[in-house]
Write a protein that binds this ligand. Sequence first.
Ligand code: HMG
Ligand code: MG
Length: 298
Amino acid sequence: MNYPKKVRIVEVGPRDGLQNEKQPIDTATKIQLIEKLASAGISYLEAGAFVNPKWVPQMAGSDEVFIGVKRASHVTYAALVPNLKGFERAVAVNATEVAVFCAASEAFTQKNTNCSIDESLARANSVIDAAKAANIPVRGYISCVVGCPYEGDIAPEKVTYIAKRLLAMGCYEISLGDTIGVGTPAAVATLLDDLLTVIPAAQLAVHFHDTYGQALANILVALQAGIAVVDSSVAGLGGCPYAKGASGNVATEDLVYMLDGMAIETGVDLAALIDTGNWISGKLGRTSSSSVALASIS
Ligand code: HMG
Ligand code: MG
């Protein structure tokens, strides 16, 4: 079996991980989390979101986070933005990259962004145009790529349609979000078969929430298809506030353990990552959701 020699890990813990936390988390803790992740060798961090703070209060302080973080030269500090207003806020605090987001489900798009799929694509287009003018790379997310909390199973063609549109607008990469973690390797393989007929693996990333414990198996299927960018969240933090019951992303520790075991390079120091995951879990008053972190407690 052919696997990529290297995988780029997109650490989404500070954004996807923390956005769903109900308890207040101070800015200093968020900044420390980002700095610890960078020290552990993470090279791409989604550090915050410039969404409507009334919708996602935990991300309200993303401005202070971006301003306060001591930047490491090897790290990309990305921001999630829903519209031009969010893009302007991200640029004002020197986000290195931005990510726009759409979904392959009309119902989820309404709940998450208060608009239709077509309107969300138009918003993404305006962000991408502004980003081109400012020379800022744009990543695109598609949520609900295999299942939606409101519409159930999602047809692969819907995902491929949106992916093609976002790439044509100028996104350099599409991250495929299994927002509620319902996908199995069979469903992911069917989705990738459809996507890969028109989109090269080099323009795709995967973003699996681990609600049903399928994330690592699904990542393996993606690696076998030649995808070499994987999103994950330290300690398995997170979930989407508009996908009830959705748990965190695959834990970065578990991903790195698997990739280390397959001799696939990530540049990440597993021991330092486990320490970081245990530290943030302690700050949140719980144990880590990473199996590898739990197994490593001596
Ligand atoms: P809206 O309420 O329809 O927006 O929200 P609006 O344009 O009508 O504006 C209403 C008010 O919001 C105005 O203020 C705007 O200025 C303000 P007012 O006049 O009432 O004082 N506003 C903003 N303020 C700050 N920053 C902004 C911004 N935009 C408008 N950027 C909107 C529409 C899209 C903004 C809203 O629905 C929103 O913020 N949604 C984001 C929801 C979200 O963050 N969800 C989680 C992230 S997505 C995710 O987790 C999935 C992912 O991980 C992949 C996966 O797992 O599948 C990426
Ligand atoms: Mg997510």
